[in-house]
Design a protein around this ligand. Structure first.
Ligand code: NAD
Ligand code: ZN
Length: 363
């Protein structure tokens, strides 16, 4: 039993090294794991035979660059399945801790999955969306169709029925403990952090993060803009009160109005097919992020770690951002996601929910 778990740790460690693009030598591995060179040779031949490994004479083994990322991901998941998944997670947690310890600055990136442990829906698939909004199932309207600016013109009561309900939901939600753990982690770096999220729910601000250190790339439900864009201004809707009849899926209180022209207002959220989204606020946030990156890279030469939580594949804005920053600035990427955890080489994948993963990392 003891020997088995040691073998497993060895296999997963060697896999991780190879996936990080490193060349591993038989003798070095034997020394590191305190086993014979023969054992390492057996590991490579038998346990890791599904990986595309090539031997470079005189230096050691490395991954065959010609194999595609897709194959690698498949091979990697085979190893995880063949071995014990929980040990894989343990190893990933250790790697994540090491990466966070070694960093001077943290990027936190999140998608809808970050809210799931606070009880928020991620609207995953039509089923997930319709579970949250049964009346829309009867009408056959999907999330993609509902999240469209046309409804503010065609049926403002219904449009605000949807967004008013979500506004109330996010206002009443208490961010889960994972947000506090993230606050503790960034404190260790003298609060040198930036947040990039596609969530419109304002949960990071609510948890006490600095709003000047957040980019909400798809906007914010807590802010309104004019439907006809009579002004570039965007304003907080904290004084707005939305009553929604969920059975009829309609707003029953007054429809929020533009402060400037008294026409209909809408949330400052980037919807599908949205040519009217007012990007002023988001652009200011992007500039803050660019300045932060510039300052950390050019001036401080900081080592950055990215903690990505609950970002889906359908609209991969957050995942792409993380991968781009990771490649461009050699930043370690920790990807936390119970389902969509695979990533590019070097990614530290943690196949768990956000709260559970953060608790394990912080333990
Ligand atoms: N809270 C919000 O603000 C909210 C909610 C739903 C959708 N949206 C919008 O819809 C779009 C959806 O894109 P998306 O990629 O964010 O969502 P998505 O629904 O496509 O993906 C959610 C991801 O979260 C993962 N997940 C599920 N449970 C999790 C958990 N407990 N911990 C961590 N991860 C978990 C899923 O595996 C999935 O990969 C975005 O543009 C966003 O603006 C926002
Ligand atoms: Zn207006």
């Amino acid at each position: 039993m003891k020997d088995n778990s040691t073998t497993l740790f060895r296999i997963l460690s060697i896999t991780q090294k190879l996936l990080e693009g490193r060349i591993v030598s038989k003798q070095e591995l034997a020394d590191e794991f305190k086993v014979s060179a023969k054992t390492i040779q057996r590991d490579i031949n038998k346990r890791l035979s599904m990986l595309p490994i090539v031997l470079e004479k005189g230096t050691g083994w490395k991954l065959d660059k010609n194999s595609t990322d897709k194959n690698l991901a498949q091979n990697y998941s085979q190893i995880i399945q063949l071995n014990n998944a929980s040990s894989f997670i343990e190893l990933a947690i250790i790697k994540a801790r090491e990466a966070i310890d070694a960093a001077d600055a943290i990027i936190i990136a999140s998608g809808a999955g970050m809210g799931v442990d606070s009880g928020l829906p991620d609207f995953r698939g039509d089923d997930g969306f319709w579970k949250a909004y049964p009346p829309l199932k009867a009408l056959g309207i999907s999330f993609h169709q509902m999240a469209n600016p046309k409804w503010f013109v065609e049926n403002p009561s219904m449009a605000w029925g949807f967004y008013g309900h979500r506004l109330n939901l996010y206002r009443n939600t208490i961010p889960h403990r994972g947000f506090n753990i993230l606050k503790e982690l960034v404190k260790l770096k003298d609060n040198n952090y930036f947040i990039f999220t596609s969530n419109v729910d304002g949960q990071f601000q609510k948890a006490g993060f600095d709003s000047d250190k957040i980019e909400e790339c798809h906007g914010s439900i807590h802010h309104n803009q004019c439907v006809s864009n009579c002004t570039d201004n965007i304003w907080s809707n904290e004084d707005e009160h939305c009553e929604v009849d969920l059975n009829r899926f309609l707003l029953t209180s007054d429809i929020p109005k533009c402060k400037y022209c008294n026409q209909i207002a809408r949330p400052n959220i980037l919807m599908f097919g949205d040519w009217g989204f007012n990007a002023e606020r988001r652009n200011t946030q992007t500039n803050n992020l660019m300045r932060w990156l510039q300052n950390n890279i050019a001036n401080k030469k900081s080592k950055i770690v990215i903690i990505e939580i609950g970002a889906g594949k359908d609209i991969p804005t957050v995942r792409n951002f993380c991968e781009e920053v990771s490649l461009q600035y050699k930043a370690k990427l920790i990807r936390i996601n119970p389902r969509d955890y695979n990533g590019l080489q070097n990614t530290i994948s943690i196949p768990l929910g956000g709260l559970e993963a953060l608790e394990k990392i912080y333990n």
